[in-house]
Design a protein around this ligand. Structure first.
Ligand SMILES: [Fe+2]
Ligand SMILES: [Fe+2]
Length: 158
């Protein structure tokens, strides 16, 4: 079993690796396409699961509210970049430029989660709850992964 902090941190480490891999590949190569697809799907389901299991708890307590709102706002900005990149041609220089922005912003986001947000969460989530939150996070993430395309279509219709 994995506690909520290790579950999130494991994902972040995988995302850092994927970002590095994407940056080290070129043009519209199969390697880049594959790493990008994995990054896109994993970050989307990770962010949604974080909001539903982790930030929803944090936001219920005054102590965590501002920090949770800040992070959820960043999720929206990251999501916008993910969608813009998805619609752009990977072989173009402009794609890599925007990807660099995404990498910078996303790395900042996850560093902040691991430092500031985790510290605040420890004030809100008790030690004996962290395994349960970890399990719910992983379960939710699995569900969210199946919903990515559906949610995307819904948001385009709005
Ligand atoms: Fe996040
Ligand atoms: Fe995260």
């Amino acid at each position: 079993m994995s506690d909520i902090y290790s579950a999130i941190k494991d994902d972040h480490d995988r995302h850092r690796e994927l970002l590095k891999r994407i940056a080290n590949t070129s043009g519209a190569s199969d390697d880049r396409k594959q790493a990008w697809q994995e990054f896109y799907n994993d970050v989307k389901s990770h962010g949604a699961a974080e909001e539903e299991t982790f930030y929803s708890k944090l936001i219920s307590k005054t102590w965590g509210q501002d920090s949770a709102r800040h992070s959820v706002h960043e999720h929206q900005q990251i999501d916008d970049l993910l969608e813009e990149l998805r619609d752009m041609d990977m072989a173009e220089g402009a794609w890599l430029q925007k990807f660099k922005t995404l990498r910078h912003d996303y790395e900042h986001h996850i560093d902040e989660e691991e430092d500031e947000v985790f510290a605040r969460a420890r004030e809100v989530i008790s030690e004996d709850e962290i395994e349960g939150y970890g399990a719910r996070f992983l379960e939710r993430k699995k569900e969210e992964r199946k919903l990515i395309e559906q949610k995307r279509e819904d948001s385009l219709e709005d």
